[in-house]
Design a protein around this ligand. Structure first.
Ligand code: SF4
Length: 289
């Protein structure tokens, strides 16, 4: 029995960077409080909690002497200003891909242009972006919702970093039809989620069992499970190595392994070790950094 690892798996650039920034603050002896959970992974959150990291839900909860962390999703300028006023230090771990969307929206608003952002208006990333152009921006889930918008002045179309490309282009076309003046379309989708899904899809047809390591409430991990299930019926989303049931591996020749964008390497390593204990060998090395 062999394990095959997907070509792309685990922490995306933005999440890895955010965790590293928190680690650095801890090394400097800071009392670290993150505004919202830093990452959609309970095990990593528990690990950080043992190092003293706690989560707050409102800036008002931060105390002088503490370090506030803005997570990869980013926040509105107002929230950032509140944190800067209350905390002794602010670590801004907004993913640079999200910062780009915020800057584009802010610039367009300063030029008195409309901004259409394709995404889920309730998602923290979208709430943050909207805050950079509150008088000019509309957040829409899909092209149908563009019909309800007013005429759009020289609109800019950007997107949440994790949406589907086709949805983005559909909205962009609908916006063009409503635009007075030129429409600027900037694809701000990040490829991290898609790359992990493509890599899992490429492997799913070749294996008998597929383990996806990730939080059950992590949407990108759940999507990976759905992608794997299309071709490999015995696909399982597991949070830790303890959820591996050796019965599921009975008769299997090849086992696939991948992990969501918020799954830390130490958890992936533990799953790898457990599989080795069960007697599975690795065809390709776990490229953990
Ligand atoms: S998924 Fe992309 S945009 Fe989001 S944090 Fe990761 S690297 Fe940044």
């Amino acid at each position: 029995m062999q394990v095959l690892i997907a070509d792309e798996y685990g922490f995306c650039f933005g999440v890895e960077r955010a965790v590293e920034m928190v680690e650095e603050a801890l090394q400097e002896g800071d009392t670290v409080r993150t505004l919202g959970p830093l990452i959609h992974n309970d095990q990593e959150m528990e690990r950080l909690a043992t190092h003293g990291v706690s989560t707050i839900s409102e800036p008002v909860q931060i105390q002088r002497g503490e370090t506030a962390v803005i997570r990869a999703h980013g926040v509105t300028p107002q929230i950032e200003a509140e944190l800067r006023e209350k905390a002794s230090k602010v670590v801004d771990a907004t993913c640079p891909f999200v910062t780009k969307v915020q800057k584009l929206a802010s610039r367009a608003a300063a030029q008195d242009r409309h901004v259409v952002v394709v995404g889920n208006p309730d998602h923290p990333e979208m709430i943050g972006v909207f805050g950079y152009a509150p008088e000019h921006a509309f957040v829409v889930n899909n092209a149908e919702e563009v019909a309800a918008l007013p005429r759009l002045r020289n609109p800019l179309v950007v997107s949440q970093t994790t949406i589907k490309l086709q949805n983005f282009y559909d909205v962009a076309e609908a916006v063009k039809a409503k635009a007075d003046g030129e429409t600027q379309i900037v694809n701000t989708i990040c490829s991290a989620t898609r790359d992990r899904q493509d890599a899992a899809r490429a492997l799913a047809g070749e294996v008998d069992v597929f383990y996806i390591i990730g939080g059950r409430h992590s949407s990108n991990s759940r999507k990976l499970l759905a992608v794997c299930k299309e071709q490999c019926e015995k696909s399982f989303l597991i949070e830790t190595e303890d959820e591996i049931n050796s019965e599921d591996l009975r008769g299997a020749k090849r086992v696939g392994l991948t992990a969501g964008a918020s799954t830390p390497n130490w958890l992936i390593e533990k799953v790898g070790k457990k599989l080795e204990e069960i007697g599975v060998s690795f065809e390709n090395e776990l490229a953990l950094t």
